[in-house]
Design a binder for this molecule. Structure first.
Ligand SMILES: Nc1ncnc2c1ncn2[C@@H]1O[C@H](COP(=O)(O)OP(=O)(O)OP(=O)(O)O)[C@@H](O)[C@H]1O
Ligand SMILES: [Mg+2]
Length: 317
């Protein structure tokens, strides 16, 4: 995958500099710490996938980038602006696609985009064209006159994304952009997001769909309990934490416990998924352990999902 370098963004001189930089960021809700000393950089022009189980702090992190949530500690720079102090200027150059659909249901698709084009101060004479473009990107030109209430779920999702793009932002925050979509619409959205990146737009995207991160992200950050616990290109993360091969054993609980114990005894990571145990880095299994594990294992290639489960101890979906 080639990484397209960005055009210079507001406040940044050189391409490839950080579009987002978070240092030691903490966000508490009462006694609960949702984001716990987070460090995160997103190079301009790249797509970073933010992965993590429910409640890891992904949405809270995104909300702090737009100053919808104010951090208790730490520093945040977005497109060269301090947030929250200069958040108005940062927000003007940022497109936001929230996890929760907050479209205006009484308005048509086009009207929703027009409202945002106005809010984001797209100059009046350019507004109609900007709206046309956003509709085209989201494949909604033919439905522009339809009230949001009458659009399908997938169309609403596409409109939500179009709305985040209408002012041609240098940075787009996508919070679970393809949640609940059918595979075909999801694939279309992947094309859309890939297109953004190839135009030099910086993308920060949270997702529970590992395949989505593998396909789109230049790098992934794995979040757990409000911190980044691993970061790298998908292939690097897989190689480092899961190796090349996984051997999956099925059987009764006693048998699974036995496999787990034997593999861990040899220093190999394992993951338990319902009725199976998988041994990771299986290409390094020594012959003696191979005998102990038995011939009933099913071999498959390691994936980013294995990394996720091993590092967070939780399932993704
Ligand atoms: N306004 C709030 N008040 C209190 N607690 C909050 C608030 N917003 C978030 N939290 C808590 O902070 C934690 C992180 O929430 P967040 O929405 O950032 O998680 P997430 O990683 O986006 O999860 P998901 O994958 O489910 O979307 C959760 O425990 C959540 O309940
Ligand atoms: Mg979330």
């Amino acid at each position: 995958m080639t990484v397209q370098r960005a055009r210079p963004v507001a406040g940044e001189g050189e391409a490839g500099a950080a579009a987002i930089s978070m240092r030691g960021v903490v966000k508490r809700f009462g006694a609960f710490t949702a984001v716990d000393g987070l460090d995160l950089d997103v190079p301009a022009g790249s797509c970073l996938g933010l992965l993590g189980p429910n409640g890891a702090g992904k949405s809270t992190t995104m909300r702090m980038l737009t100053a919808q949530a104010i951090p208790d500690e730490g520093s945040i720079r977005v497109l060269g602006f301090e947030v929250p102090a200069q958040s108005k200027r940062a927000r003007a150059a940022m497109g936001v696609v929230p996890q929760q659909d907050n479209l205006d249901e009484e308005l048509t698709a086009r009207e929703n985009l027009e409202v945002f084009a106005h809010l984001y101060r797209v100059p009046r004479r350019e507004r109609a064209r900007a709206v046309d473009e956003a509709l085209a990107i989201a494949h909604l030109t033919g439905r522009q006159g339809t009230k949001v209430d009458d659009l399908s779920g997938g169309m609403r999702r596409r409109l939500l994304i179009a709305r985040g793009l209408v002012h041609r932002p240098a940075l787009v925050l996508l919070d679970e952009p393809t949640v609940g979509l059918d595979p075909q619409v999801r694939a279309e959205l992947w094309g859309l997001i890939d297109g953004l990146r190839s135009r030099g737009t910086t993308v920060l995207m949270s997702t529970h769909y590992i395949e989505e991160a593998e396909r789109l992200a230049d790098a992934c950050a794995l979040m757990s309990h409000g911190r980044v616990i691993a970061r790298g290109a998908p292939a690097e993360l897989v190689a480092e934490y899961a190796g090349e091969l996984v051997v999956e054993h099925h059987g009764p609980p006693d048998r699974l416990t036995e496999v787990e114990r034997a593999a861990r005894g040899a220093g190999l990571p394992t993951r338990r998924t319902g009725p199976s145990v998988s041994v990771l880095k299986a290409e390094t299994i020594p012959p003696s352990l191979e005998d102990e594990l038995g011939p009933d294992g099913v071999r498959r290639a390691s994936s980013l999902e294995d990394v996720f489960v091993v590092l967070t101890g939780e399932r993704v979906e």
